[in-house]
Design a protein around this ligand. Structure first.
Ligand code: HEM
Length: 370
């Protein structure tokens, strides 16, 4: 049934048909769950990982094989720990004023495309700055990020491999520069860790590519999906405009209701009940976020909702999104800026959607300030 999903239509009717089959079901030879409790349990259960017993990786290969997203402990633990300091709540808080400036500058316009002119450039600018990518290289990195994101759906195409090689070469150049002149950025701190033999050159590249792609391709859809949800629910938009401090609540409800990352998967490292060793379980995060056992009236977009337990938009367990604090802050800043600068924001033409099933969001949304 999952193969019927497209990036364009509402996926929830299909998720609900799968939910009706019970918490753990089989589709096309793969296990899957729509249950919040079960998805959370699998994500936290160390008997599951992201690699097959032979070290292989599912679903048409990967452009991020050396990144910790696609590694199990102990390598995952070691590499994640090296990237962690750059994303601590304290660091992100210090960063907020810069993000506010970027958001404000982007909104100096009247007629624009919400995605191309606001939701996409904001996280691109933020993560490039954090990583230490010069402005002159940002466009090339951005195009590449989109290709890697597409590889989550379709596997790796020759076009993607070519772009991947180009980006590795760009990172190689930046790494060489930071070896000569260290700065206050993530590349410099990883270069220092490499000098102390805490990670290999290949792992450093894998980490940088992961941070780049994870930072670009998800937050754009948080900002896009939140804005669309608000414009489609005028009472909620009015409520938010009257109480801008509801921004974190709007962010959480968007993450629950329209999560940018719809699904992920895990592999059983040993037999776990009905699931055999090396079998794949797909965790439908977006369906788990609308599990009626957890959220009353789950299909309703309601910014006043109490989120307990937390939605699974950032996953759970050891791979819980490292950039969650950053993404929440970017969403908060972007939505406050929109509400303050564009209280009469309106859609001026039809929305188009990405083709992607895994990373869900809009490709474009024409809007006007008044
Ligand atoms: C709204 C925006 C975002 C969403 C919805 C999101 C979602 C996710 C999800 C679902 C995972 C785990 C996948 C799995 O368990 O298989 C993840 C992991 C990760 N995310 Fe995010 N993410 C967002 C923004 C960011 C940002 C801004 C960064 C910063 C660079 C980031 C960095 C990462 C990293 C490094 C991992 C891998 C963590 C690990 O494997 O230990 N994410 N993210």
């Amino acid at each position: 049934m999952l193969d019927q999903l497209t990036g364009h239509e509402d996926p929830h009717p299909i998720y609900e048909r799968l939910r009706a089959q019970g918490p753990l079901t089989r589709d096309n030879g793969m296990w899957l769950t729509t249950s919040h409790a079960l998805a959370n349990k699998v994500l936290r259960d160390r008997r599951f990982g992201v690699r097959f017993a032979d070290g292989g990786y599912p679903a048409g290969g990967s452009l991020l094989p050396d990144s910790f997203l696609e590694l199990d402990p102990p390598d995952h633990t070691r590499l994640r720990r090296l990237a962690m300091p750059a994303f601590s709540p304290k660091k992100i808080d210090e960063y907020r004023a810069r993000v506010e400036k970027v958001a404000d500058a982007l909104l100096d316009r009247d007629e624009f495309d919400l995605i191309a002119d606001f939701a996409a450039p904001l996280p691109i600018s933020v993560i490039s700055d954090l990583l230490g990518i010069p402005d002159s290289d940002t466009a090339e990195f951005a195009d590449y990020g989109a290709l890697v994101a597409a590889s989550f759906d379709s596997g790796v195409t020759p076009e993607m491999s070519e772009a991947h090689d180009k980006v590795l070469a760009l990172f190689d150049r930046l790494i060489a520069e930071r070896r000569r002149t260290p700065g206050d950025d993530v590349i410099s701190s990883l270069v220092a860790a490499e000098a102390e033999r805490k990670l290999t050159a290949q792992e450093m590249l894998g980490t940088l590519v992961l941070l780049l792609v994870a930072g670009f391709e998800t937050t754009v859809n948080l900002i896009g999906n939140a804005t669309r949800a608000l414009l489609d629910h005028p009472a909620q938009w009015r409520l938010f405009k009257a109480n801008p401090d509801l921004a974190p609540a709007v962010v959480e409800e968007t993450l629950r209701w329209a999560p940018p990352v719809q699904l992920t998967s895990r592999i059983a490292h040993e037999r776990v009940d009905a699931i055999g060793k090396d079998e794949v379980v797909t965790l439908l995060l977006a369906a788990a976020n609308r599990d009626p056992e957890v959220y009353p009236e789950p299909h309703k977009f309601d910014v006043m909702r109490v989120h307990q337990p937390e939605h699974l938009a950032f996953s759970s367990g050891i791979h819980y999104c490292l950039g969650a604090t950053l993404a929440r802050m970017e969403g908060d800043v972007a939505l406050r800026a929109l509400a303050r600068r564009m209280p009469d924001l309106r859609q001026t033409g039809p929305v188009t959607f990405r083709d992607s099933v895994v990373i869900r969001g809009m490709r474009s949304m024409p809007v006007s300030r008044s």
